[in-house]
Design a protein around this ligand. Structure first.
Ligand code: HEM
Length: 499
């Protein structure tokens, strides 16, 4: 017996010995790596301090791996209060601060100088990081774009003629109006209708055929609403609308279940219509990637009606301007046609849209990744005025939502909806950034402002009364849903009618 056991025990001891050696080697290796990294890091920090006076941002959170902060951000996101969380953070820690999350250093900023550096003056030092990979299954290389054979990104709807061609928008606005209850007792969620309308107009423009989601029965109340297979197989177009919304939610919350199926439906639809679009817009040029410009415009429209329904004086002033410039009802005689040029002459309408985009920017938070060691101009040192060192691969997050509510830029009433501030002669450049800036500025800006302006004018020409049907509690604090963009989490419930 002992003859059998002894060699076995010996080999176990030998194995244990070599495991111990491997473990020791591993620890030594890791420690050496950490020491080399630290030395290298110190060297880079010294170099950047000497050359640019740049310092490292300290982390405001010291908890283990930043888990507490991550959990509290997730809680705020789920409660639709992420924006308020960010406002509190910047109030507590200043305009630029650093955090640690899972061992990574992350700078956050609402300083226009830093944002301008990332988006324009130091554009080549920053990239989109892993975002293109994460979004690629659904959106390809971007939103609402196609890539030509020579690799350039084109947006079909942003050509001058299409921007000014509001005739294409009109049927969708009419469809929206026909969905409104138009009575003094019934209300509707106008946000839901705006999301459908902008999807309809975007697909019409891009694919040459609309998904006509406004004309299809809403599915949200159906018993099968949560089942992607059932809903998507129901009707091609409705399936596309549902799957497109669903895919974007998954991208925002990183919940992978059913994502593949939803993106497959989106692509099936796009593949079907892509030939029409190619015939319509580009002679043999490459491939249409996707449609996402619509959520941003729907967001602008929804928050506009949310705010107008609560600010009757602004509503009255805006309606007076619209009636004076464009008249009442559809195509009133003797007044101007609504088009790209004439919309520009409606000054107060422009102020209103600016003010909505200031308080509720469709893309409230964004980020860039450093592609090399680099410097941002401000935020470091005890007074926050020194340049800061950003190491390669670090993610810098900037909050347009918080920046556009800064009292030092917009005054003590920065949180108030007051379109008149745009008439006071102040010029905001990098402080007001709803469409981003620099080489990657939104390519659909003019189209979006035309579509939103046209829709607002048509609705206010038609209806003289707009009322909120929310309870005062919901009103005091609108919950903001963050997917890729920002919408009202409880919808925008209003009554629109003619007196
Ligand atoms: C109110 C409406 C809109 C807002 C607030 C808005 C905002 C933005 C923002 C902030 C970005 C920068 C994203 C980033 O680089 O991280 C962007 C990019 C872009 N937007 Fe818009 N957008 C709107 C409507 C549209 C529409 C309707 C279209 C299409 C017709 C469109 C097409 C694009 C394209 C193609 C880009 C990518 C540009 C590039 O990366 O080179 N946008 N938009």
């Amino acid at each position: 017996m002992s003859v059998l056991v002894l060699p076995h025990a010996t080999s176990l001891v030998a194995v244990a010995g070599s495991l111990k050696s491997i473990f020791v080697l591993l620890i030594v290796g890791l420690l050496s790596y950490a020491v080399v990294q630290k030395l290298n890091s110190n060297k880079v920090e010294r170099l950047f301090a000497e050359k640019y006076g740049a310092v490292r941002l300290a982390s405001v959170n010291t908890d283990f791996f930043g888990i507490r902060r991550i959990l509290s951000l997730i809680r705020s996101l789920r409660a639709h209060k992420l924006m308020e969380h960010m406002v509190d953070d910047f109030r507590k820690y200043g305009n630029t601060f650093g955090t640690t999350a899972l061992g990574r250093h992350n700078p956050w900023t609402i300083d226009p100088e830093n944002i301008k550096a990332m988006l324009a003056t130091k554009f080549n030092d920053f990239g989109l990081g892993t975002r293109p990979d994460a979004f690629h299954p659904l959106l390809g290389e971007g939103i609402f774009t196609w890539t030509t054979k020579d690799g350039r990104i084109r947006v079909p709807c942003c050509g001058r003629s299409l921007v000014s061609d509001v005739a294409k928008l009109d049927p969708h606005v009419r469809n929206l109006m026909s969905c409104l209850p138009q009575s003094q007792t019934e209300s509707c969620d106008i946000q839901e209708l705006f999301y459908r309308m902008t999807l309809d107009s975007a697909t019409d423009l891009l694919f040459g055929e609309s998904v006509a989601s406004l004309q299809l029965t809403p599915k949200s109340g159906d018993k099968n609403a949560g089942d992607i297979k059932v809903v998507a197989s129901d009707a091609g177009k409705q399936g596309f609308a549902y799957a497109f919304n669903y895919s974007q939610e998954v991208l925002a919350f990183r919940a992978p279940c059913n994502f593949r199926e939803a993106t497959a439906i989106v692509h099936k639809f796009v593949d079907y219509y892509v030939n029409n679009a190619l015939d319509t817009y580009c002679d043999g040029a490459a491939k249409i990637e996707a449609v996402a410009g619509r959520d941003t415009t729907a967001g602008l429209l929804s928050w506009t009606f949310y705010l107008l329904a609560r600010h009757t004086q602004v509503l009255q002033k805006l309606r007076d301007e619209i009636v004076e410039v464009f008249g009442r009802g559809p195509n009133p005689p003797g007044t101007q046609q609504i088009n790209f040029e004439t919309l520009k002459s409606a000054t107060y309408l422009r102020y209103v849209m600016n003010e909505v985009l200031r308080l509720y920017p469709s893309v409230p938070q964004n980020n860039r990744y450093a592609v090399r060691d680099t410097v941002l101009p401000v935020g470091g040192g005890p007074d926050g005025k020194s340049p800061i060192l950003i190491r390669k691969r670090e993610k810098v997050t900037y909050s347009v939502y918080v920046m556009q509510r800064r009292e030092d830029f917009f005054g003590e009433d920065a949180d108030e909806f007051r379109p008149e501030r745009w008439a006071e002669g102040k010029l905001w450049t990098w402080e007001f950034l709803p469409f981003n800036g620099g080489p990657r500025i939104c390519l659909g800006k003019q189209y979006a402002l035309t579509e939103a302006g046209y829709t607002i004018v048509r609705l206010l020409q038609e209806f003289d009364t707009l009322e909120t049907t929310e309870s005062p509690e919901t009103d005091a604090f609108p919950l903001k849903r963050r997917t890729l963009t920002m919408s009202n989490a409880t919808g925008v419930h209003v009554r629109l009618y003619k007196k």
